[in-house]
Design a protein around this ligand. Sequence first.
Ligand SMILES: Cc1cc2nc3c(=O)[nH]c(=O)nc-3n(C[C@H](O)[C@H](O)[C@H](O)COP(=O)(O)OP(=O)(O)OC[C@H]3O[C@@H](n4cnc5c(N)ncnc54)[C@H](O)[C@@H]3O)c2cc1C
Length: 409
Amino acid sequence: MTLTTTQDFMPTRTAGLERLARFIPVAGTDYARFRNYDLGAGQHGHVSTLSPWIRHRLLTETEVLQSILTRHSPAAAEKFVQEVFWRTYWKGWLEMRPSVWDIYQAGLRGALDAVQTQSGLRAAWADACKGQTGIDAFDHWAQELVQTGYLHNHARMWFASIWIFTLRLPWELGADFFLRHLLDGDPASNTLSWRWVAGLQTQGKTYLARPDNIETYTKGRFRPKGLASIAVPLEGQVTPRQPLPAAEQADPTSATVCILHDDDLSPGFLFEQGIAPIATACLITTHQRSPLHVAPHLTDFVSGAMTDATTRWADRIGEVYTPITDTALLADWVRGHGAKQVVTPYAPVGPNASALRALAALLAPDGIRLIRLRRDYDSAAWPHATAGFFKFKDKIPKLLGEVKGITLV
Ligand SMILES: Cc1cc2nc3c(=O)[nH]c(=O)nc-3n(C[C@H](O)[C@H](O)[C@H](O)COP(=O)(O)OP(=O)(O)OC[C@H]3O[C@@H](n4cnc5c(N)ncnc54)[C@H](O)[C@@H]3O)c2cc1C
């Protein structure tokens, strides 16, 4: 499998399904043995590279798991299944602690202010983003990310660790650099993984990038010098857990418009519930993943993915409105259709959830309800994200048995 530019990630479900089909044969014991090796851009065949499609739900977790478990036993595919559930775990964890996203955003604003006033910090941050620090491995990963929109998981861990503990840059600036470039950039997986490396997520536990580990798992491509030899945990606030929002129900008999967004571009499950929209609009919030400009490959991927979704479902979604970023305009559009309810796939914590909350407030005075329909998979799994992943992991066999769409064969 070659993968050298952002062009290798086509924003269509078909391209995602093709990538999945190519990966299935190696998703069992091969994945378990080799997944930690980062062999560089164009050589990521030991992992699936499915994350841009899963992130935007051009492919759903359920169907990816189903496909893998059709070919491999749960024991053989255990490692891959667990990785998919890491994503689910992070989503559920943040859903029950939404203030962690707000705290990250406030920290990022503070760090960007500091960048404006401290020239040393500004230069160090710019060098890190351009891949000009002099640490060869780190510089390579910065450039790979910018050029391809993807980084191997191990490279993300090393990169974040060097950013925080060797370069001593604010972790929020690193998380933001990822969100501006990653095609799979995700409020939960990204923020919580950076917090995990920094020692903020699992209290007192940090991740230290070590030269020998990098040398082993890059097959000798890198053995960086001058890395920090200790990683003292950063200090942060303890955030209380709150209950998950209750699942909502739509009324299939009510005049309905639909809103699609980039957290879930497989709206078929809405139509299975009898929803027949008069019209559909696409909400665009990609530019809100960062206060800075996000990479053009990212906005292109999302707009291509939306076109793909509306084309695939053209016969079920009614008239399609041009993609829209402004919630006030969106509210006018809803009213203009005489809708009594707006139905949308549930948006987990992040820019879409914030925009939909604002829209709900604008529509409420007119008695128009915004219904966020959550998938059974999320409703079943998220409540278990109460503590660490290892507790959550024990629930995976039960979840695989319960969730509609996964049949063990
Ligand atoms: C600092 C840091 C930042 C990260 N930021 C993101 C992010 O913004 N978005 C994102 O999707 N992942 C993020 N990850 C997790 C992980 O690195 C990627 O999901 C994975 O590398 C994607 O490549 P893949 O599809 O080839 O993964 P595979 O190994 O093939 O895994 C299959 C799928 O499982 C999920 N997955 C795998 N590993 C993880 C993990 N550790 N955490 C969460 N989900 C996982 C992804 O959906 C992935 O597509 C981050 C990890 C770190 C250390």
